[in-house]
Ligand binder design. Structure first.
Ligand SMILES: *Cc1c(COP(=O)(O)O)cnc(C)c1O
Length: 404
């Protein structure tokens, strides 16, 4: 078994650009460098044509119309534009927003900012498996509620929220529904009509496109969503987002979306096989492990596992030949355990022992075999090094044991 090292198993943090997307982008750095807003010559027309093709490709993966796609720099900006834009545009209608404790910081911190400015925000808890309770959501909606912002797939534990049911509930109650789909777009089927989505945040670098480009879907009818722009300037993107368009980025994003659309089904089968092989291998070889998040309602490319009695950070140091993440990439470096794992009701110890494994498009079965053998080796070594780490001392609460 020979695999190239280091092995990359952190696709939930970012993905390489697919060579097919890169190839499509290259001419737009050189020969076709025009500004898509230049209306008076062929350089501009070529750029605009490429942008409109990318817009169509990005829309198709959501079953949306091209006109409903606004290009941004990524999901962080899209989340800001969606949530702040709605809060400001609908201030006369209401001031209440509902979101969830396990959202990405780009949603949570945006909501915190709005709270400082006078909005009211409900942060729903999640159940032990990471999913929300729909009844709780229904009860939280008041006649002052203007927006529900709830992610489609979680970046740390991979769980898939019941988006269709949430969308239908919001539609029935006359509340706009925004979903942060940074991890879901291109990985699971999304349909803005059947799922009643009003606003959807996307980013290219989580689905094999380049970094620094993303989009926000904004529904144009039934209902037409109003937004207040967060970036003032030349009035690009129908006035929703000023700034010269990142033409090569848009071309790469569009091509990446097209590839995901064509290959999603087969790719999910392959990843599911690799994910289950990884889980089985680790469970067979290492005792006292816990799968965090719902066992099946999760991305095919995500496992989040706690190793009783082992520091996740120490395990990552030992596994230097494998690129992994403890908690989310954005919060690693800080000592506090991940807010997502805490929201599942885990003890700090068990949360600190969590490692995220996220295989993706270029992961091979040999790499999975290698990772399994190295994880077994390192976990056993760490547990033996520290005699305090006997399994009785670190045995978790029975309620946590049930999770795996
Ligand atoms: C990565 C990610 C973001 C941030 O996206 P950027 O394009 O890097 O700004 C937001 N939400 C989720 C769920 C993510 O996984």
């Amino acid at each position: 078994m020979s695999v190239r090292k280091p092995v990359y198993l952190d696709y939930n943090a970012t993905t390489p650009t697919d060579p097919r997307a890169l190839e499509a982008m290259l001419p737009y750095f050189t020969d076709r460098f025009g500004n898509a807003a230049s209306r008076s010559h062929s350089f501009g027309w070529a750029a605009e044509e490429a942008v409109e093709q990318g817009r169509g490709q990005a829309a198709r993966l959501l079953n949306a119309e091209a006109k409903e796609i606004i290009f941004t720099s990524g999901a962080t900006e899209s989340n800001n534009l969606a949530i702040k834009g709605v809060a400001e545009a609908y201030a006369a209608k209401g001031d209440h927003i509902i979101t969830v404790a396990t959202e990405h910081k780009a949603v949570l911190d945006t909501c915190k900012r709005l709270e400082k400015d006078g909005s009211r925000v409900t942060y729903l808890p999640v159940q032990e498996d990471g999913l929300i309770d729909l009844n709780m959501l229904a009860d939280a909606i008041t006649d002052r509620t203007i927006l529900v912002s709830l992610m489609a797939a979680n970046n740390e534990i991979g769980v898939l929220q019941p988006i269709s049911e949430i969308g239908q509930l919001c539609r029935d109650r006359g509340v706009l529904f925004h979903t942060d789909a940074a991890q879901a777009y291109g990985k699971i089927p999304l349909d803005v009509d059947t799922m009643c989505l009003d606003l959807v945040s996307m980013t290219a670098h989580k689905m094999y496109g380049p970094k620094g480009i993303g989009a926000l879907y904004v529904r144009r009818r039934n209902p037409r969503v109003r937004l207040l722009a967060q970036m003032d300037g030349g009035g690009h993107e129908n006035g929703f987002r000023s700034g010269t368009l990142n033409v090569p980025g848009i071309v790469g994003f569009g091509r990446a979306a097209e590839i995901c659309r064509n290959e999603m089904e087969r790719e999910n089968e392959r990843l599911l096989f690799l994910r289950e092989k990884l889980l089985r291998g680790i469970r067979d070889g290492v005792g006292d492990t816990y799968l965090n998040g719902h066992p099946t309602r999760r991305l095919s490319g995500n496992l989040n596992i706690s190793f009783g009695g082992v520091e996740g950070a120490s395990l990552l140091v030992g596994l230097r030949d494998i690129a992994l993440s403890s908690g989310s990439a954005c919060s690693s470096g800080s000592v506090a355990p991940s807010h997502v794992l805490r929201a599942l009701g885990m003890s700090d110890d068990l949360a600190h022992s969590a490692v995220r494994f996220s295989p993706g498009r270029f992961t091979t079965e040999d790499e999975i075999d290698y990772v399994v053998s190295r994880v077994i080796e390192e976990t056993n070594r760490l547990r033996q090094m520290n005699p305090l780490n006997d399994s009785t001392k670190c045995a978790p609460e029975p309620v946590l044991a049930e999770r795996s």
